[in-house]
Design a binder for this molecule. Sequence first.
Ligand code: AKB
Length: 314
Amino acid sequence: MKKILITGACGQIGSELVFALAQQYGSEHIFTTDIQRPPAIIREHSEFIYLNVVDKHSLARIVVEKDIDTIFHMAAILSATGEKDPKYAYDVNMTGLINVLEVARKKRVERVITPSSIAVFGPDAPKNNTPNETPLNPTTMYGVTKVAGEKLLQYYYLKYGLDARSLRYPGIISSETAPGGGTTDFAVDLYLHAVQNHPYACFISEDTPLPFMYMPDAIDAIIKLAGADNRRLQRRVYNVHAMSLTPREIVASIQHHLPEFRCTYAPDFRQAIADSWPNGIDDSAAREEWGWSPAYDLPMMTRDMIERIRRRQS
Ligand code: AKB
């Protein structure tokens, strides 16, 4: 029976992944770690253990004691926080990943799945429908750590046969756990402010297109990739995409339900990060090799987001 470890379990994606994996495999098979105090949903659906991923010995002890066969390594510092403190992003993202890969190799963990990001692309990559394989020259420390992370996964696969897999997430929009320190966080903030009847000053300009995905699709993607038949996988890292959106388009979609909502634009240092990323990425390899396909478009996502945020706040 599967024994799954999730690092960074209290984060935006981790917290919803825990719930989805617990539904599929049973809470008694899910072990979660983070440096934050876990919310109720994590305590209810997993065994939580305090762990800083830079601590390799504690990580190894958990993997051995809990007999872990699959690791979802979600702990990471995102792009905006990474630009404020690049060395911290380097330490957490690179040391965390190499620790997970080394422990997985030595303790014979079957599979490691860890997200990469659209942040691997830099200004020289094609802006539209960015291919899976293209120059990777990011201009942020977050992007640098994600490119290096992708290369590490490939190295461990080729050298040791460790079945490590990754997917390049776009900005993820979700209603349950707020993201922290990302450039695409404004999209979640727009919904939260609109439902609370507050105006919002967006830190990205209104006509900046970026790739996005709704959380249920993000969870579906990572679980599908984790379960894909290795013989069908031609690469270790996959672009995944759902919709290309500008802040103005998200605001218009929200105003369809909440016409009073007002957004102003005050771009800050995060605009340069957004400008260096693609508008939308080509995910045909993921579609062909493991059946990826998103379910949510903008109108469906907006309806669901507003309903869920309202329910949570009532
Ligand atoms: C960020 O904005 O840093 C993340 C990402 C696109 O990887 N959401």
